[in-house]
Structure formats: C-alpha cells, structure tokens
Design a protein around this ligand. Structure first.
Ligand code: SF4
Length: 285
C-alpha cells in the first residue's frame, strides 16, 4: 500500500478550465518546486504574507483554519515546510475510503477527480497507480492533474497511464487530463525554470493537455503570447486558456471581463474561477 502527504481532500465544483462546473473531488498533495511569491506584487517584488502567517503557525490546528492570502501562492500551506504538520500522511486505502464517503451516492457516478497541489507530479507519481487501482476507485472515469508543467513523467507512471490509453473502449476507459498552469514572470519564477515546452508536449502522449495562463496585466498577456509561441514551436497541439488573476473576489471582479475580452480577441479560451464568486475561494472549495 502506498502513502501520500495530503493537504486537502474535499468535494466541490471544479471552477476552472476544461471541467468547469463538474462536481469533483480534489486531492491536494503536499510539495512544490516553486514558491510563486510574485503573484499580486509589483514586478520584482515578493509577497511576505505567508512568512507573517508562518510566524503564527502554532495558532492553527488544521489546514482549513489558515488565513487566505491576497498575494503570492494561494495554496502556500501545501508546500511551505513550515506548515507541513497540517498535512497528514495517509494511505491510499484511507484516501479511497474517505473519497467514497464524500461522494453523494458513496460511489463514483459522473464526478471527476482532480489531483492538485502544490505540484502533484513531483515524487507522488509513484503512489497514484495504487490509489487509482483501488477497488473503490474502479468506476472513476475522468482524472485531471493540475500541474505547473515542469515535471517529467517517470517511465513507470507513463507506462501506467499508457494502459488506460490503450484500453480506451466503451467498457474500460479513463480520460486523463493535464491542466498545465505554466508560470509567467508575474509569478516571480524564472522563465527558464517555468516554461518547459518539451516536458508538456510529452504529456500529450498520455492524455488531453491544455495550457492555462493567469493574466493580470497587458505585460502578462505579452508574456503568455511569447510562451504560447514556445509551446507551439515544440509541437504542443492543445487548447490555451486565459484566466483572470484573483483568489479574492475584489481582485477577480476587477479583471475577469477584461481577460474574457482578451481571450475572444485572440482566439483563445477563457477560463473563469468559479470558486471565487461561488465559494469566496475558501479552503475546501
Ligand atoms: S506552482 Fe502552484 S502550488 Fe506551486 S507555488 Fe506556484 S502557484 Fe503555488
């Protein structure tokens, strides 16, 4: 039996991308290779919000008690080691059991599983086959990995995903999606670390892949265009979504219409962030 370090496990509506509006179980695993401290900050500056919260970490007994942030990574506690004790290590057995408990019919019907983070394609690739092959997960048909697109698939995991692709028939199928949220310079991450077209193109061998860029300013869109060019040059064929910045409603509402206009003008797809107007982006949504 494998284990995963789990920051959040909850049932909600997918608010972004291809499965927007679909009831989904979210499995948020611990760990990330980035910090994205630049989100919401003037270029070149870093958010200090999570450091302030980390100084008070002993006040918080569970993950969902943590404050939401306006700048930096909105899931900071799913990778910052100072919050690691709020993310328990769980067996794949107990995760599968808990998932079935939260489904409305206590079994998979038309719901979809989102494996997110942090960055879910770090070392946890080794545990996913064990989870996804669990008897309680047999009826699960659609799975999305929400990744930053910088991690290669291990040969073992790639070969596991390939079995689903090769068994694609009406009785035995699974649709695998990679939702790649590539980090532009507004995240504070370096271009050469964050934009990895060759890695993302390889995902296309194992599922449906789309790119999603978070846009706040004209400069972000110019950066996105440059990145899209690099992915296309490497052979990427999937769809591209633009998504407004804003983990809090006041920021999101400022630029969602503008980003939708930009998407239409450039023949790209628009992704909302339904979790913000619907649920105020609280933990567990
Ligand atoms: S890649 Fe995602 S989870 Fe990791 S720091 Fe950036 S926004 Fe947060």
């Amino acid at each position: 039996m494998s284990k995963l370090k789990v920051s959040e496990l909850f049932y909600s509506i997918q608010g972004e991308g291809r499965y927007m509006g679909v009831p989904s179980v979210f499995l948020r695993v611990f760990g990330c290779n980035f910090t994205c401290d630049g989100f919401g900050m003037p270029r070149g500056e870093k958010s200090n919000e999570r450091n302030v919260i980390a100084n008070r970490v002993s006040e918080f007994k569970q993950y969902k008690d943590l404050p939401l942030v306006h700048t930096g990574c909105d899931s900071y506690a799913s990778w910052d080691p100072r919050f690691k004790d709020l993310s328990p290590v769980l067996t794949t057995d107990s995760i599968a059991e808990s998932i079935c408990e939260m489904l409305p019919y206590k079994e998979w019907r038309d719901e979809h599983l989102v494996i997110t983070g942090g960055e879910p394609l770090l070392g946890w690739q080794r545990a996913y086959p064990n989870l996804l092959d669990h008897p309680k997960m047999q009826e699960l048909k659609e799975i999305t990995f929400e990744t930053n697109g910088t991690q290669k698939l291990t040969p073992e995991f790639a070969s596991y995903l390939h079995t689903w692709k090769s068994h694609h028939n009406k009785d035995f199928w699974r649709e695998i999606t990679f939702s790649v949220s590539a980090k532009l310079p507004c995240s504070g991450e370096k271009w050469e670390d964050a934009i990895c077209p060759e890695i993302v193109v390889e995902y296309e061998d194992y599922g449906t892949v789309y790119l999603k860029f978070v846009i706040a300013t004209e400069q972000d869109f110019a950066d996105a265009e440059c990145a899209i060019g690099a992915y296309r040059k490497a052979g990427f064929t999937g769809h591209v979504y633009l998504m407004p910045v804003g983990g809090v409603e006041s920021v999101y509402a400022l630029n969602n219409r503008r980003v939708a206009d930009l998407a239409m003008k450039n023949g790209l797809r628009y992704s909302d962030r339904l979790q913000v107007p619907l649920f105020k982006n609280e933990w567990g949504t």
